[in-house]
Structure formats: C-alpha cells, structure tokens
Design a protein around this ligand. Structure first.
Ligand SMILES: O=C(O)CCC(=O)C(=O)O
Ligand SMILES: [Fe+2]
Length: 339
C-alpha cells in the first residue's frame, strides 16, 4: 500500500504494535486506521487476540440452528416493533429500505441478540429500555447456542472498546474520549445465513441490499465465498472484500461520520449474489454492530468544524437517532409473513 493516492482496497491492520509497541506503536496503528477511515471507511484487523474457539463455537451453533425446520426457528421470533432479537426469516428485511429503496427483500435469515447486561439506572423504566435493552430470547433446549452468542458478544464489546481508543487517538483526541459514551453500550450481534440460491434471485434482489451501518463501528466475521461482501469505493465501483481467515472486517458507522463532520466515511456496502455456478454455496456472516449508550450525545468534534466553522449535522442523542433510521429500514415492506 503506497502512501500516495487513494486506497483501492480494504487494508489489513495488525493491532499488535498498539499493545506491544508503546506510544510509537499506538501512533502508527492509529495512523493506519485514520487513513482507512478517511478513504474507504473499511479495514480489517489481525493480531486482535480474539481466539478461534470463540468464533468457531458461534459458527457451529449458528449453522446447527439455521439447519432446523422453519417452524422450529420461528418459535424464537423477532419480537414486535422490529427489535433486533431472535430469528428473522428469509424475506423479512431489506437493508436498502434504509436508503428509501423499494427492492425485493434480502435473501438472508438471521438470529440476533442485544446487550447481555441489564439497562443502567438512567435507562431502566424509560421507553428506551424496551428498545435497547429488550430481553434476549433463546431457543429452548440449546444452551450452547446461548453460551456461544454471549461469549462472542462480550469479546466483541471488549474489542470495540480497544478499537475506539485507537479511533480517539486517530482523531487527535484523548485515548479515552469514547469510554464514557460506550460504558452501557447498546450493541447488537447478528448471525446471518445467506442460503444457497437454487432459483435465480429476482431482479434487484441481493443477499444484503446496499446500505450503511448506523452505529459507531461494525466488526464482522464473514465467510470469504462467492456472493460475499462488497464495498463502494469513494470514487469508483464496487470492490470485493477478501479478508485473511484470521481477520475481522471493521467498518465505520454513521455516528462516526457525524462525529467527524463527514471526514470519516460510513461507506455503502452490500452482499451480492453468487454467480450461478456457485449458487449452491451458502454463506455465514457474523456482524457485531457496536452502538453507544442511549443518552450519548453525538456532535461534531470541535477539531472537525468546517471551513465556515460549521457542523453539518445538529447534535443528536443516540437513542433518538437510531430509532428514526432503524425503523425506516424495517417497515417499508408490506408482507412480512413467511412463505
Ligand atoms: O454479511 C456481510 O458481509 C455484511 C452484512 C452487513 O453489512 C449487515 O448486515 O449490515
Ligand atoms: Fe452492514
């Protein structure tokens, strides 16, 4: 990767120097992150310290769950109000709805969970509790599935905090700038299964429609198979992401864009369909969507005011911002019943 010109791929960043290399090591890793976040909004991390066992346990349990008959999976349904918990069947969501597009629904099924800790006192008893700290629901008789999800969630929460400290450094802030905005984080973890496609998809139908992610940061472990993740380059077309097998792909969410007055990009991405010769291959992908505290105030960091001294976006409370965008993504589709 040269220091000249714009990045035309998703760079891999080794986190080890940020742990072992003292201040200079942290500065070097932060500089790599800054470049990736300004130019593509995506990077992958290696040397992150998350063990294969945690990832493998979740992959295995998720695949066992998705292999169950539909009626059984529907016994742990997504709750009312489209909250990210439980099972969502194929055809129940479309990520491009968030951009206002009327596409056919995405060709994916998923199982989602939210925080493992209860709501903090400032949120308990308020309406926000029922959106962001809605209880998780688990299929009966599958204690290993729950254990695998919860262990993975905790690992990702810790990794997100480490990456956010590097984000803070990359933005010229104190390493701990984000700490008190994410200490009661409202993140969600989703295992997404994109089934094989024995029949060709409808026109305009994808595994995951074009969208940006809403939160601070997404950390993703997805199979590198045909019909995988694609990212839009700032001045170009779509590029396939081929992470190293030990890597997690990270991308900046909309909140970082607001925090930086658009200096960092929350980039468009999608999951395409496999070419017909690979249509028999399904894909598993595990995104962890890191979201801050309900009452975190998201406003332009002062060093990023525009030339005229302005903020492009008014300050928002995370809870209000999320509910307005997320609900739009989920409600444009009329018929949500499984076939
Ligand atoms: O499966 C993937 O690689 C990406 C999924 C994604 O972007 C999302 O669910 O927000
Ligand atoms: Fe996404």
């Amino acid at each position: 990767m040269s220091s000249q010109g714009e990045l035309t791929e998703v760079p891999a960043i080794d986190l080890r120097p940020s742990v072992e290399g003292g201040e200079a090591g942290r500065d070097a890793v932060a500089a790599e992150i800054r470049r990736a976040c300004e130019e593509v909004g995506f990077f992958s991390v290696v040397g992150h310290g998350v063990t294969d066992a945690v990832v493998e346990a979740l992959r295995e349990e998720a695949m066992l769950f998705f292999a169950l008959p539909l009626e059984e999976k529907l016994r742990t349904p997504q709750p009312p109000h489209r909250i990210s918990r439980g099972y969502s069947h194929v055809g129940s969501r479309g990520l491009a709805y968030s951009l206002g597009r009327e596409t056919p629904p995405d060709l994916q099924e998923s199982f989602a969970m939210g925080p493992v800790e209860p709501a903090p006192p400032s949120v308990a008893g308020t309406a926000a509790e029922m959106s962001f700290f809605y209880p998780n629901s688990w299929p009966e008789g599958r204690p290993r599935l729950r254990a695998a999800f919860e262990a993975y969630y905790r690992e990702m929460d810790a990794l997100a905090v480490r990456i956010l400290r590097l984000f803070a450094r990359a933005l010229g802030l104190d390493d701990h700038f984000f700490d008190d905005k994410v200490d009661h984080a409202t993140s969600t973890l989703r295992a997404v299964h994109y089934p094989p496609q024995p029949e060709a998809p409808a026109v305009g139908q994808l595994r995951a429609g074009e969208h940006t992610d809403y939160g601070t940061l997404t950390i993703l472990k997805g199979d590198d198979v045909p019909g995988g993740l694609q990212v839009k380059l700032r001045h170009g077309g779509w590029v396939d992401v081929h992470p190293r097998p030990d890597a997690f792909v990270c991308n900046v969410g909309d909140l970082m864009m607001r925090w930086t007055n658009d200096r960092w990009i929350s980039n468009l991405h999608r999951v395409g369909n496999p070419p017909r010769e690979f249509a028999g291959i399904g894909r598993l992908s595990i995104p962890f969507f890191h979201n801050p505290n309900v009452d975190a105030e998201i406003r332009c960091i002062s060093g990023f005011y525009g030339a005229a001294g302005g903020e492009k976006y008014p300050p928002v409370r995370f809870g209000d911002f999320y509910l307005s965008k997320h609900m739009k993504a989920q409600t444009m589709k009329k018929d949500l019943t499984p076939a």
